[in-house]
Design a binder for this molecule. Structure first.
Ligand code: HEM
Length: 417
């Protein structure tokens, strides 16, 4: 074609995507000096875009749809099959209301309160002589917090297993082989567990408090007036629990940021809400978590002289947009101050997607993520003292998702409360 668009070599680049990970898209954008290029992944042509204008385009529901945009292997591990992430139009917005109804400011505050309380309680059981791995502790703390807030019963003997299963679903998204299969297995086991709880609620053998997330999902009605089938209700409740556990990844990165920026350890000692906010926002921008997101062209259009043909798969480069030199001064420097003066925009800071969350697919859990991270930073800085033994805190940009190699080991922990 005559499209003025740089094209990757004509081979399939799925293996390169797996190998280059978070930088697969930006490597090519840099090589071609562009924010828009074409490649081939998973046996099909893919248009790849980054930057604020691209985000605005990508989140225009007239132009893109999600149906059939996510490979089944990701639905069977990370998302759950045919869940909210794959829906469009009225049905999507209606399902989205269910999620938004559970993520109001009072839910954020309640989750933050529970998170702080749980960290303090768990830390009372730590022995000074025994180092802990922050990432592993965070998964377990957040699993308890998520279930307690959602009012999903969780026995203390199940915490480890359930936390690991939630983690396995997330850990599978960029994997092939055993890591992928662990994610599927974790999902199957979690769906069975949550489905049986929904069944107990609906048959009256488990009492769900009206207004609790468990109740809301159990009794949510579709546009046709019907309840979700039990499996779909389980999948959507898991779409609330799992990502809360996933905040453990950002927490382990935040601990590295603290270590590497001692001036921020000082600033956060009795820091203001604004200082916690700036720090946490920069952690979400700087460190890699969600690499990219896919959608399909709803009906053909032309953008910047390039034909976006109906049905074409398009990748939005999330990690690359958060590190785009056109949007961020010194994008590869960790500088929370950048969030001090910054005017909020729906289209440039996209660690959890872009656009208006009430109108499109942007993550409804950003407020929860931020509040849970802030209260965890407060715990790390103001509630305990600890040493950081020698360890490998590097993280690979080719593993998706990634995290600090050591999980962040802390030793000689002393409580100050
Ligand atoms: C969607 C990232 C935390 C619930 C998303 C999307 C991303 C994302 C990239 C897709 C956006 C799109 O499709 O355009 C993250 C990250 C988190 C996080 C990195 C940090 C751990 C949360 C939390 C919750 C949550 C705490 C709920 C408690 C959801 C739901 C969707 C979603 C329900 C689907 C929204 C839709 O399709 O309309 N998230 N998220 N996420 N997230 Fe999050």
């Amino acid at each position: 074609s005559n499209d003025p668009i740089p094209k990757d070599s004509p081979l399939d680049h799925t293996m390169n995507l797996m190998r280059e990970g978070y930088e697969f898209l930006s490597h090519r954008m840099e090589r071609f000096q562009t924010d828009l290029f074409e490649t081939r992944v998973m046996g099909q042509k893919v248009l790849c875009i980054r930057g604020a204008e691209a985000v605005k385009l990508f989140y225009d529901p007239e132009r893109f749809k999600r149906h059939r945009a996510t490979p089944k292997r990701i639905q069977k591990s990370l998302f759950g099959e045919n869940a909210i992430q794959t829906m469009d139009d009225k049905a999507h917005l209606h399902r989205k209301q269910l999620f938004l109804s559970m993520m109001k400011p009072e839910d954020e505050q309640e989750l933050a309160r529970l998170t702080h309380e749980t960290w303090r309680r768990v830390a009372e059981g730590w022995k000074k002589s025994r180092p802990i791995v922050l990432f592993d502790e965070a998964k377990r703390v957040l699993c308890q917090v998520a279930c307690e807030w959602a009012e999903v019963p969780l026995k203390s003997t199940e915490i480890d297993r359930r936390a690991e299963d939630f983690h396995a679903m997330v850990d599978a998204f960029g994997a092939v082989g055993p890591r992928h299969w662990r994610g599927r297995k974790g999902r199957r086991r979690t769906e069975r567990w949550i489905q049986s709880i929904i069944h107990q609620v609906r048959t009256g053998s488990l009492q769900a408090r009206e207004g609790s997330p468990l109740y809301k999902v159990s009794y949510h009605r579709e546009l046709n007036g019907k309840l979700l089938d039990e499996r779909m209700a389980a999948i959507e409740l898991i779409n609330v629990l799992r990502p809360i556990v996933a905040i453990a990844t950002f927490i382990s990165f935040a601990a590295i940021a603290l270590q590497e920026h001692p001036e921020w350890q000082e600033r956060l000692k009795n820091g203001s809400n604004e200082e916690f906010h700036m720090f946490v926002q920069e952690v979400r921008r700087y460190y890699p978590f969600a690499p990219l997101i896919g959608a399909k062209v709803r009906k053909s259009f032309t953008w910047k002289g390039v034909r976006f043909k109906k049905g074409r798969l398009v990748f939005l480069d999330m990690y690359g947009t958060n590190h785009d030199p056109k949007l961020w001064d010194e994008p590869d420097a960790f500088r929370p101050e950048r969030f001090q003066e910054r005017k909020d925009s729906l289209y440039d800071f996209i660690p959890q997607g872009g656009g208006d969350p009430t109108k499109g697919h942007r993550c409804p859990g950003e407020g929860i993520t931020v509040e849970v991270m802030k209260t965890t930073m407060d715990f790390l800085v103001n509630d305990i003292d600890y040493d950081v033994p020698d360890q490998d805190i590097s993280y690979s940009l080719s593993r998706m998702p990634t995290r600090p190699e050591s999980g962040y080991i802390m030793a000689n922990i002393e409580r100050k409360y």
